[in-house]
Design a protein around this ligand. Structure first.
Ligand SMILES: [Zn+2]
Length: 136
């Protein structure tokens, strides 16, 4: 007895590493169909935007006052997986949050480790990134 295995479109998993598909995880955020509820979700979606080279979303999700002029340039050639190490506040009812994370990007054939305490604030009611600090 043979049974055909159902043919399914390969689902692409989200680059941010939740194990969800991109379309049920960061996809709707990058398409601005919904806003992240937590600072960690915004952090994950920004990482996915870096991987997907979505400069418009990186600009959108960065506090205008702290945005570097080259935010949309994206010279990175690849990314190591994202590791979320800790979060402080940044919940649906908070106004600020900190997400400590680690990853690395490749540029000019070199690995550039990134380990920072990302700072997140509410801007016009939605979460945005305001910059990175040294992890304590
Ligand atoms: Zn995701």
């Amino acid at each position: 007895m043979s049974r055909k295995s159902p043919r399914r479109k390969p689902s692409s998993s989200c680059p941010c590493g939740t194990g969800e598909t991109f379309n049920s995880c960061c996809g709707p955020l990058l398409r601005r169909q919904k806003e992240p509820e937590t600072a960690e979700q915004l952090m994950r979606s920004r990482y996915a935007a870096f991987v997907k080279r979505n400069a418009a979303y990186l600009v959108y999700s960065w506090l205008p006052e702290t945005q570097p002029p080259d935010v949309g340039e994206l010279p990175m050639e690849g990314w190591a997986p994202l590791e979320i190490l800790s979060t402080i506040d940044g919940g649906p009812d908070d106004e600020v949050g900190v997400v400590e994370f680690r990853t690395a990007y490749i540029h000019a054939d070199h690995d550039h480790p990134v380990h920072e305490a990302g700072q997140f604030v509410r801007h016009e009611g939605r979460w945005v990134y305001s910059g990175g600090a040294e992890p304590s």
